[in-house]
Design a protein around this ligand. Structure first.
Ligand code: ADP
Length: 256
């Protein structure tokens, strides 16, 4: 628990730092984009110069994407826990996930229809699944299968979380797997084995931080050369999920 606290404090500090830097960096990028765009549009500049400007613009846009990711990470440090049915959040992601994974990767959904609400942040659950799917895709360059499943589990005597019922979101792949060091360090902020510009090393750290904030945790099972399954545990709640349909004042159809 001490270690988890340290982790979340570290994550919060990193979040603040990152958000400040990302904002400043965005201003710099906006200036760069503006300048390159100007050159690119000048018909009196030689073709070669306009091509350089084009390349500069593309690089700046990649930079902007990265800062957007960093800002999303910093924002994720502020969350709102509400009772929700995890399957209802994950099910609509199917098409987006299928598109993200591409034609080489099979996508299997095994969502437990048992509607047990958990206390979680809907946007964070979406982010978790999406980030895990992207990691899985990166681990399966030659294709494979991604399985997204949800299960209700009873946990007791766990070193990190209270005894009780949890919904487990498991995202499994048939990809490269992790070596021992990677498995041990995967959830550390900024730990990445990916090249600069591709990985930030914040994905799993963020997922772990979110799960801990919700009173849950994350487990990773991985075998080198066989694949990886990341399991996110979220505590169940007795609270009823807000039904957006019922939240609307009922309309009297008969008009009486
Ligand atoms: P990033 O993806 O930006 O590197 P993460 O925190 O999401 O950051 O992941 C950290 C590292 O853990 C990755 O660089 C990779 O080495 C390893 N990893 C994460 N997910 C998987 C996976 N599904 N299969 C194999 N390795 C993974």
């Amino acid at each position: 628990a001490q270690e988890a606290l340290l982790h979340s404090q570290k994550l919060e500090a990193v979040g603040q730092l990152v958000s400040g830097m990302a904002h400043d960096f965005n201003n710099v990028l906006a200036a760069i984009v503006g300048a390159f765009d100007l050159v690119r549009r000048r018909p009196d500049e030689p073709e070669r110069v306009r091509r350089y400007a084009e390349a500069g613009l593309e690089a700046a846009e990649r930079g902007a994407k990265l800062t957007a990711q960093l800002l999303a990470f910093a924002r994720a440090q502020r969350i709102q826990l509400t009772p929700l049915i995890v399957c209802d959040i994950i099910r609509p992601l199917h098409n987006l996930l299928a598109r993200t994974l591409g034609p080489m990767i099979r996508l299997d959904f095994a969502l437990n229809p048992h509607p047990v609400p958990v206390l979680a942040d809907a946007t964070q659950v979406e982010m978790m699944v999406l980030n895990l799917a992207i990691n899985a895709r990166d681990a399966m360059p030659n294709g494979g299968t991604l399985t997204v499943s949800t299960t209700v589990r009873n946990i007791s005597g766990h070193p990190e979380v209270d005894d009780g019922e949890y919904v487990e979101i498991a995202v499994g792949d048939t990809g490269a797997g992790m070596d021992e060091t990677t498995l041990r360090r995967a959830m550390e902020p900024f730990f990445t084995t990916k090249p600069i510009g591709k990985g930030t090393g914040l994905g799993l750290a963020q997922i772990y931080g979110s799960a801990r904030q919700a009173g849950g945790t994350v487990h990773i099972d991985s075998t080198l050369g066989q694949g990886t399954t990341v399991r996110v545990l979220m505590p169940c709640t007795d609270e009823e999920p807000n039904d957006p349909v019922q939240a609307v004042t009922p309309v009297d159809i008969a008009g009486t």
